[in-house]
Design a protein around this ligand. Structure first.
Ligand code: P6P
Length: 334
């Protein structure tokens, strides 16, 4: 009997059959991430009903206030990945250094995972959609031994998979591999992610641009000129466009992926290296968007070509519909 909606597990095993020599380790890893996200989802959905909103009263390595839900999400992902058998170690936005899972099973794992456990957490108290972002690399060091920093500091083009969970009007898990980008909606009665958005393609054009207009004066001239162009498009040249910016990258980029458009977080005078982190924000979304036919650029090259030098380094980003990003680059490229 063919059920209408294939579950995440059924889908990853179907994909496994398409990959010669596949071991099922990536399927198990995605299941582990899905499990952690379901537990996070429960807390996110009832955050207003218990003392899990608000700040922890501590700052993370980024110097940002750690929200109680940030801490819960971070601990859930570490717990599930450490106790699984498909991850040798992690890098988290909330942790200064990598965490090496130095046990016999984990040391044999061929993957490492980088994640932002709860991105957009400044929006938690106002109930705006937030999300978890993850990036998966195959290790470059010898299996059987503990993973090292070299396993993590790889260019985004080397990702084996990347994805996100958006805790919104529904809870969705979207992930990409070289076989494509697919979206799964959580079906609460059965507690499974079910295939709802097969083979996601990012439209080549869009009518929405997403940038924090409040920083306009901090952007360089090329970015200001491009924003001016977007704001002044008329029906004669494909306008008028809409501006949407939620302050939650996962929500803004999920919309951009599905509906098309462009999302920008350029350099600012306050953030001269950019604000968004390369390894667990821009790389995963860059991989997902490019696998869906879109583009992800830093303004001085492709996001996925950046050779990282540190876990928490930042980058400017221009990402979304291929044609819009290409038009953008004619104004902002350095
Ligand atoms: P700003 C959230 O803190 C985040 O990292 C992204 O999710 C979001 O796109 C961006 O920062 C918002 O930054 O400076 O506009 O508040």
């Amino acid at each position: 009997m063919q059920t209408k909606y294939m579950s995440l597990d059924e889908f990853t095993i179907q994909q496994l059959r398409m990959v010669p020599g596949g071991t099922g380790e990536l399927s198990r890893l995605l299941r582990d991430i899905g499990l952690a996200s379901k537990r996070i989802n429960v807390e996110v959905n009832k955050a207003g009903l218990q003392d899990i909103l608000g700040d922890m009263g501590v700052k993370n390595v980024q110097g940002e206030e750690v929200k109680k839900l940030d801490d819960f999400a971070n601990n859930q992902l570490i717990y599930v990945l450490k106790n699984g058998m498909s991850c040798a170690g992690i890098c988290s936005e909330e942790e200064e250094n990598i965490q090496i899972f130095d046990d016999e099973l984990s040391n044999k794992s061929k993957y490492v995972v980088l994640f932002d456990p709860l991105d957009g957490s400044s929006n938690i108290d106002t109930n705006i959609s937030i999300g978890t972002i993850f990036s998966i690399f195959r290790r470059v060091t010898e299996l059987g031994k503990p993973c090292t920093i070299e396993d993590f500091l790889q260019p985004g083009s080397q990702q084996i998979a990347a994805g996100y969970i958006v805790y919104g009007s529904s809870t969705m898990l979207v992930y990409a591999t070289r076989l494509g980008v697919n979206g799964f909606t959580l079906d609460p009665p059965i507690g499974e992610y079910c295939l709802s958005h097969p083979d996601i393609q990012c439209p080549a054009d869009g009518k929405i641009f997403s940038v924090n207009g409040g920083y306009y004066r901090q952007y360089d001239q090329g970015v200001q000129k491009y924003i001016d162009l977007l704001q002044n498009k008329t029906k004669a040249d494909g306008g008028p466009l809409t501006q949407r910016f939620t302050g939650s990258m996962v929500a803004d980029l999920h919309r951009t992926l599905i509906k098309g458009g462009i999302f920008m977080y350029p350099l600012t005078t306050d953030n001269p290296k950019g604000k968004l982190r390369l390894m667990y924000e821009c790389n995963p979304f860059g991989y997902i968007t490019e696998m869906a036919g879109g583009k992800a650029e830093s303004g001085s090259g492709k996001i996925l070509d950046i050779h990282p030098t540190s876990l928490h380094q930042r980058t400017p980003i221009f990402i979304g519909s291929k044609n819009m990003v290409e038009e953008c680059l004619s104004y902002v490229s350095s």
